[in-house]
Write a protein that binds this ligand. Structure first.
Ligand SMILES: [Zn+2]
Length: 150
């Protein structure tokens, strides 16, 4: 059953809860304009930053936990290349997970990565889940969760 995740507040709706309509409906909880469709259920943690991008990897929406995690002000990341804006790097990956998602339309889960919060000079460890979009616009949802050392 498809699950719909709100990039803004991480509210989830399973497919059967969504009423049929001619137009796609936004988030029932916060009113955000669109929900991201996923094939499997997914719970974003409290510190999981959700960032949606289009087929060209340009940021469409930076929502849930994105500001505290990434340091970007609300709306500041929109239109930028998501990989560069987050300074996402994949030290252990044999191939580029972003390219894999975009080219093959597969989900990448729990991939170790580093990112650099805006204005910081050091990278932080994190894990990232990458979800391909299934609508005609293509694109991807990035769910970035910082790893706390200790
Ligand atoms: Zn919402």
């Amino acid at each position: 059953m498809a699950v719909f995740l709100c990039p803004h507040c991480a509210h989830r709706e399973v497919g059967s809860e969504r009423t049929e309509g001619h137009q796609p409906r936004g988030c029932a909880k916060c009113g955000f304009g669109f929900l991201f469709e996923m094939m499997d259920d997914y719970y974003a943690g409290p510190l999981t930053a959700l960032v949606c991008c289009d087929r060209q990897l340009r940021v469409l929406a930076a929502g849930h936990a994105a500001m505290p995690v990434t340091g970007w002000p609300e709306g500041g990341m929109i239109g930028q290349d998501v990989v560069e804006a987050l300074h996402l790097r994949f030290p252990s990956a044999a191939d580029d997970p972003v390219a894999k998602v975009m080219e093959w339309g597969v989900r990448v889960q729990g991939e170790p990565c580093t990112f650099r919060p805006r204005g910081m000079v050091e990278d932080r460890d994190a894990v990232v889940d990458l979800f391909p979009a299934y609508d005609d616009d293509g694109g991807m949802l990035v769910a970035l969760t910082p790893v706390t050392k200790g």
